[in-house]
Design a protein around this ligand. Structure first.
Ligand code: HSE
Length: 437
């Protein structure tokens, strides 16, 4: 049998510890499947003496991840430190430059520096694998990069943040307010240290940037994504969505349009009977919409030690098997540039919740303004939905829920601005995009 693959792991949190345990536990099976053994020979973390539930005694200890990344005797550098900057960036660069394969779960690093790192991997003819960076245990990087090598992908979208899906699920199932659900998510350890990274959509955007590059052959570029989080979602929206046959999900969506790839993260209404609408709690899901084939949805755990370690190990196993693919599915020189698609151009259906003043002519004024923008309504509900806030109830205003047929964001914004000038509504209208699925 070929000599075993020597692995160095930087970062010994829950994922790093789970990875080491799994490599030990599945030693025989890994050797059979990869044609050679896999062994962790060196590790690096901040605290040397912490009990992580794994035996590190036979592994060489490094205090400096860059020294580990360049250490002779290491074939693969596994980066599990996280963060777009140093030391993760410098360590990954050092490993690639010294001819070592790199496996990373670091979405932030890839979303910001993915193209440069892929070029470095290409230059040194080594693998740069990152299955765990998007949707934890769901094998979505591989699926998009390899399974659909010969298919045009029209759209890819997903629930890529467990914290947001947990919050929206509890708001729906228990009628709770956003803040209460966020507190529980933090208490249960789902939310990132800074919860705004999750709830304002940035975590989803980083993952979408990676998926979009794989699906459309564009340069990974987080700054090209329109991002809107879920903190404005009210129980009234969730209740109205439910009555109208929808659920609210935070989706990352990348879609091929005539004018380029539109990448966006925002709360989205999805039909209750769609596959993505069935995904509850912290679970993640990604739907791939290939040309000429019905959409394919992959559902599974998006985070957690063992789940993420499974994807990291699959990447290490690919290196052991001698597989090396262009990180983003095609050589860096073949990746196209991408720019931020203006949301005004976005086309689709819209959910609009207005608080209409209870006086004659209000409905007519709203209808007129929508008609002026050629917006056609699929449904209009004017009654007190479950979940209206106390302030809404007391204001004497009537919640009006509109569902439009496909129109443009520009038309919706113009119509609502005109409705505002007409002084027939109170407060700001709530607008949620509907995703066809
Ligand atoms: N905070 C992330 C989530 C963890 O909630 O999904 C995985 O990136």
């Amino acid at each position: 049998m070929t000599e075993s693959l020597k692995v160095g792991v930087a970062g010994l949190g829950t994922v790093g510890a789970a990875l080491i345990a799994q490599i030990v536990r599945e030693r025989a099976m890994l050797a059979e499947r990869c044609g050679r053994g896999i062994e962790v020979v060196a590790v690096c973390a901040r605290a040397r003496n912490k009990d992580r539930g794994v035996d590190l005694r036979k592994m060489k200890w490094f205090d400096d991840p860059i020294a580990l990344a360049m250490a002779p005797g290491i074939d693969v550098f596994v980066e599990l430190m996280g963060g777009a900057g140093n030391p993760a960036k410098a360590a990954v660069e050092a490993a690639l430059a010294s001819g070592k394969a790199v496996v990373t779960a670091n979405k932030a690093l890839l979303a910001k520096h993915g193209v440069r790192l892929a070029a470095l991997a290409e230059k040194h003819k080594v693998a740069l694998n990152f299955e765990a960076a998007v949707a934890g245990a769901i094998p979505i990087v591989r699926t998009v990069r390899e399974e659909f090598a010969g298919n045009t992908i029209e759209r890819i979208y997903g629930i890529l943040n467990g914290t947001c899906n947990y919050i929206l699920t509890r708001m729906e199932q228990e009628g709770l307010a956003f803040d209460e659900c966020l507190k529980d998510a933090q208490r249960l350890g789902y939310a990132e240290a800074d919860p705004s990274f999750d709830i304002e959509g940035h975590d989803t955007a980083q993952k979408l940037a990676i998926l979009s590059s794989l699906a459309f052959g564009t340069k990974v570029d987080e700054s090209a994504i329109y991002v809107e989080g879920i903190s404005s979602i009210q129980p009234a929206d969730i209740a109205a969505a439910d009555e109208l046959g929808y659920r609210v999900k935070l989706l990352g969506v990348a879609v091929r349009t005539a004018k380029g790839v539109e990448q966006r993260v925002h709360p989205t209404m999805v039909r209750k009977d769609s596959a993505i609408a069935q995904v509850m709690g912290v679970t993640n899901a990604v739907t791939i919409d290939p040309r000429g084939i019905n959409p394919i949805t992959l559902i599974g755990p998006g985070a957690g030690g063992m789940a993420t370690a499974a994807s990291v190990l699959s990447d290490v196993a690919d290196v052991a098997r001698g597989m090396r693919l262009p990180p983003f599915g095609r050589p860096v020189a073949r990746l196209n540039g991408t720019s931020k698609a203006p949301m005004q151009r976005h086309e689709g259906g819209y959910y609009i919740r207005l608080l209409a003043r209870d006086k004659p002519g209000t409905a007519a004024a709203i209808a007129t303004r929508l008609a002026e923008q050629e917006i056609s309504l699929e449904s209009i509900v004017q009654r007190h939905p479950k979940g209206a806030s106390e302030a809404e109830t007391k204001s004497g205003a009537v919640p009006v829920i509109l569902i439009t047929y496909a129109t443009t964001e520009d038309a919706v914004r113009k119509a609502l601005a005109a409705v505002g000038r007409d002084r027939v509504i109170s407060g700001r209208p709530q607008v949620i995009r509907i995703e066809k699925n």
